[in-house]
Design a protein around this ligand. Structure first.
Ligand code: CAO
Length: 435
């Protein structure tokens, strides 16, 4: 014989309205005594409701978002007759007719008894009260979800934007976070690095949530990793490219209509590689243990390309063996492929140094982030005509701003300045590129 036991909301201390946050059982589930069956929340605390009966759930009467109060029916559980005596506190039977029609059951129900769900153990409630009162910025999650996170070694504070009501973190959010860490290797801020607290923007106006593209998310993770790992310095320089520009304009004028034009970037690529040949530590990577330098004997340059989906960096290979026309054609082809999202992974690998050129857009200076494991990156902004003093008079000269960011573990300040002096020399007198 079986007994139908009604599990009701226990006394939680004179609270008129209690929110149902999560329901963890459904009809047909077998529940154990003390197993959490739902999470409830008042304006002060969140609590897990342990089952006061062991048996098979016959029907569940609440769903997330409902409001309940002391005595509200949570679920009915079919319990073996002999077990009932061990499942206190048992209260007088409620009228079966008052309960909604139960789901069909195969076993014969001899009677229905009503039991308030056990209140969550005091320490758990106290713990949550403490958290909600003391630090409003702490993540919102029930004790069972916190326990689940702790068991998996997840710091719940790292989970942003829970999918529950009012951003509450649910068990699924913890699972999703673990999956993300395992599959994407996301950067979890290390010891001592506080995360940026979540802000509710709704009091300030309307907002819209837009998912980041995969490229943006991966770039962001990589940049975050570099920012945390590399001590970076950015050095700024200005180069007189008046003669180079005259030559470039003359070259382009010779080209037939529709023929690919040469931009200044190709000369910068060549000038950079010539300086890397002179300064091998710029064509290197630091070993993982940080104890040696891996010097490269090839000269591949990555070019940051702006695409509708985010930043990608195709690599121009063996730049030292290619002409400016060949490099221009290669970059045109690769940047077009990048914008169409058709670059193959291999076309973005093997770079020795990267150039990030914003010159077509504008700017006077910026601080690009090294594309590790490379040790330096060259930033380019817009060239402009400036009066330059030659000792006797001011002359109008086309000046190009360059920014070199380097990993200070590998490159000293003086070395960085000498390297830029070499790039400057190569660009202001491009005949040097023949040497
Ligand atoms: N000063 C003045 N004019 C410049 C210039 C500079 N430093 N650099 C380019 N220009 C001019 C070009 O000569 C060209 O002029 P015309 O239209 O008269 O021919 C125009 O600006 C557009 O050049 P471009 O950008 O198409 O070509 P590019 O070879 O200079 O650059 C590429 C190619 C792929 C680097 C560029 O298109 C691009 O995507 N840049 C953005 C890179 C980026 O987002 N970096 C940021 C990384 S950090 O977030």
């Amino acid at each position: 014989m079986t007994v139908l036991i009604e599990i009701k909301v226990p006394d939680v201390g004179n609270v008129a309205e209690i929110d149902v946050v999560e329901v963890l059982i459904q009809a047909g589930d077998v529940v154990a005594l003390e197993q959490t069956i739902a999470t409830l929340e008042t304006d002060k605390a969140s609590m897990d409701l342990p089952s006061s009966a062991a048996g098979t759930v016959q029907q569940v009467y609440i769903k997330p978002g409902d409001k309940v109060s002391e005595g509200s029916l949570i679920a009915t559980v079919l319990v073996n007759d002999e077990q009932v005596s061990t499942q206190e506190p048992v209260q007088p039977a409620a009228a079966v007719a008052e309960t909604p029609a139960p789901a069909p059951v195969s076993e014969k129900v001899s009677e229905t008894v009503s039991i308030p769900a056990r209140p969550a153990p005091e320490p758990k409630i106290a713990e949550v009260l403490q958290e909600s009162d003391a630090t409003a910025a702490k993540p919102h999650a029930s004790p069972s979800v916190r326990l689940f996170a702790r068991e998996l070694g997840v710091d719940i504070a790292k989970i942003k934007n829970g999918s529950g009501r009012k951003g509450r973190i649910l068990k699924d959010d913890v699972k999703h976070f673990v999956k993300k860490v395992l599959t994407e290797g996301i950067v979890v801020a290390g010891a001592g690095i506080p995360s940026i607290p979540a802000v509710d923007f709704s009091p300030f106006g309307e907002t819209e949530v837009q998912k980041l593209s995969k490229i943006k998310r991966l770039t962001g993770q990589n940049l975050g990793r570099v920012w945390l790992n590399l001590p970076m310095v950015t050095y700024h320089e200005e180069v007189d490219i008046t003669d180079m520009e005259d030559f470039r304009v003359a070259l382009n004028a010779e080209k037939a209509k529709g023929e690919l034009k040469i931009t200044g970037l190709m000369f910068i690529v060549k000038a950079l590689v010539a300086a890397m040949q002179q300064f091998p530590s710029f064509n290197a990577s630091l070993s993982v243990d940080g104890e040696s330098l891996i010097l490269k004997k090839y000269f591949n340059i990555g070019i940051a390309v702006d695409t509708p989906n985010g930043l990608v960096v195709p690599v121009l290979r063996n730049v030292n063996n290619k002409s400016i026309n060949e490099l221009a054609a290669e970059l045109a082809e690769k940047s077009e492929k990048a914008r169409l999202g058709k670059l193959l992974p291999g076309e973005m690998q093997g770079g020795c140094m990267t150039i990030s050129s914003l010159g077509g857009i504008g700017g006077t200076a910026f601080t690009p982030i090294v594309n590790a494991p490379e040790v330096a990156i060259l930033g380019v902004t817009r060239a402009k005509m400036q009066p330059v003093w030659n000792g006797k008079e001011f002359l109008p000269r086309l000046m190009l701003p360059l920014d070199l960011t380097y990993d200070h573990r590998v490159i000293d300040g003086a070395e960085g300045a000498r390297f830029m002096a070499a790039v400057k020399q190569n660009l202001s007198d491009i005949r040097r590129l023949l040497l």
